[in-house]
Design a protein around this ligand. Structure first.
Ligand SMILES: Cc1cc2nc3c(=O)[nH]c(=O)nc-3n(C[C@H](O)[C@H](O)[C@H](O)COP(=O)(O)OP(=O)(O)OC[C@H]3O[C@@H](n4cnc5c(N)ncnc54)[C@H](O)[C@@H]3O)c2cc1C
Length: 430
């Protein structure tokens, strides 16, 4: 008899950990992803701000699963699932049948009903976003070197980040360091230190998933680097000129979105119940019916009565849990499933190259000690010795000199426009 077929959609933290835990199991596994790489999202902001190269934080999924002979990797975009016929539909390819299905398609940006803002305020979710943002930031400085009008130059040198969660804080801190440590001395028409970096948060404080003393520490550290934190203020409008915060317009050439996420459309494919963020509501064993599980950022899961957070460790734990469930079924074990339990491994965020905050169930840390802990944890979780070494060296280099190794303005668009096009007046925003 042929082995049962397991299909995993998504090679992110959840899907990859599930696939690896099924390596060698008596099931033919197919992992489908729309990208050919697994991305370490926690360091994406460093690729967006030219500290790391994209290739240092992403790996081909095919390579990561090479050693597991029972796993096939397919590059394809899932557009639907037929639960009754047990098949997954791909865009422009043949459908893939399954006996067990694991949906792990993550989340994307949400603009709270203002989808038109996306064109002016890109979000950070994948490598294309990171290289686009890097290009946008670096080009603003290049354009400012040409700009004779002081008001227009000031707008080019104003960076607004919307959303005071870890990603917004990390982006603001990194851009401030770029302006204060990396770029000084390289421009003649202006001083990079004159750039404004503004972090806007609608809640009364930033980093609401951390306790108040740690969030206050982050505000002080950001202020030390020259970041203006506007907490308790909502953005009401975004266009090519900049943003309106409350009723105050701020002219800014670079506006970045780190404010909201929406789950992938898995709930629509599966015709399953979802919460307000579009996440599929799953049972205590992370399934929606026998043999179909939804995990990671695309699931609204509970553990001991509390929502499971949208974090990488939670996604990995769910992937391993479901793999164990599938292995149990393959063994013919008919016992009811024990519910999924999330083990809190702590919450970390960096503010600058020497300050971070860390919160564990019985311990809180801030400052350089938290930064070292954050750094060691991230190096540890990166895949492969080469990348660990490259990232550690980049960090040490940046720490010692302020220099950044990936300050390249590149484009990946198919129209063949050159970087010069963005410097021509018709492409300028003002
Ligand atoms: C900028 C940023 C910073 C973060 N920082 C941290 C941090 O410091 N610490 C932390 O713990 N967490 C952090 N997170 C959250 C963490 O990355 C997520 O919780 C985690 O990635 C969720 O894993 P996942 O497998 O559910 O989704 P993902 O890792 O997003 O993977 C989803 C996969 O599904 C694929 N996919 C999506 N749709 C389709 C489709 N239709 N067809 C085929 N494939 C599809 C995608 O290509 C992707 O590979 C951060 C997230 C972001 C965006």
């Amino acid at each position: 008899m042929p082995n049962p077929r397991t299909v995993i959609i998504g090679g992110g933290f959840a899907g990859l950990s599930c696939a690896k835990a099924l390596g060698g199991a008596p099931t033919d596994v197919t992992l489908i992803d729309q990208r050919n790489y697994h991305l370490f999202q926690p360091l994406l902001y460093q690729a967006a701000t030219a500290l790391l190269s994209p290739s240092e934080i992403a790996w081909p999924i095919r390579t990561l699963l090479r050693r597991y002979k029972n796993i096939q990797t397919l590059l394809g975009t899932v557009v639907g699932v037929d639960r009754a016929a047990r098949v997954v539909h791909l865009e422009g390819r043949q459908s893939v049948p399954f006996d067990y299905l694991v949906v792990a398609t993550g989340a994307r940006h949400a603009y709270f009903g203002h989808d038109d803002w996306e064109a002016f305020a890109p979000g950070l979710k994948n490598l294309d976003d990171a290289t686009d943002i890097r290009r946008k930031i670096l080009l603003a400085f290049e354009q400012a070197e040409f700009e004779p009008d002081p008001a227009k130059r000031a707008a080019l040198l104003t960076f607004v980040i919307i959303g005071g969660g870890p990603t917004g804080v990390e982006l603001a801190g990194m851009i401030a360091e770029l302006t204060r440590r990396t770029l000084p001395g390289e421009f003649r028409a202006f001083s990079p230190q004159s750039a404004r970096v503004i972090l806007v948060e609608a809640n009364a404080r930033i980093l609401t998933t951390f306790t108040e003393p740690l969030s206050d520490f982050a505000v002080r550290s950001l202020a030390d680097m020259g970041v203006e934190v506007l907490a308790g203020k909502a953005v009401t409008h975004i266009d090519a000129k900049g943003v309106v915060v409350g009723d105050e317009p701020i002219e800014a050439a670079t506006v970045l979105w780190a404010a909201g996420v929406q789950a992938s459309p898995a709930a629509l494919w599966l015709h399953a119940a979802s919460d307000r963020a579009g996440r599929v509501i799953v049972g205590p064993d992370l399934s929606i019916e026998a043999g179909i599980w939804v995990i990671g950022d695309t699931a609204a899961a509970q553990s001991e009565g509390k929502p499971v957070p949208g974090l990488a460790p939670a996604a990995k734990q769910q992937g391993k849990y479901v793999a164990a469930e599938i292995r149990r079924r393959l063994r013919g074990d008919a016992k009811p499933s024990a519910p999924f339990r999330y083990r809190n491994q702590g919450n970390l965020a960096t503010v600058s190259r020497k300050a971070a905050i860390a919160e564990f169930p019985h311990l809180r840390l801030k400052g350089w000690i938290a930064w070292w802990l954050w750094g060691i944890a991230h190096i540890f979780f990166l895949i492969g010795a080469r990348n660990r070494l490259a990232v550690a060296l980049n960090w040490l280099w940046a720490h010692a000199t302020g220099g950044r190794g990936a300050r390249l303005i590149t484009r990946h668009d198919e129209h063949g426009r050159s970087d010069q096009d963005d410097l021509r007046p018709s492409h300028r925003r003002h």
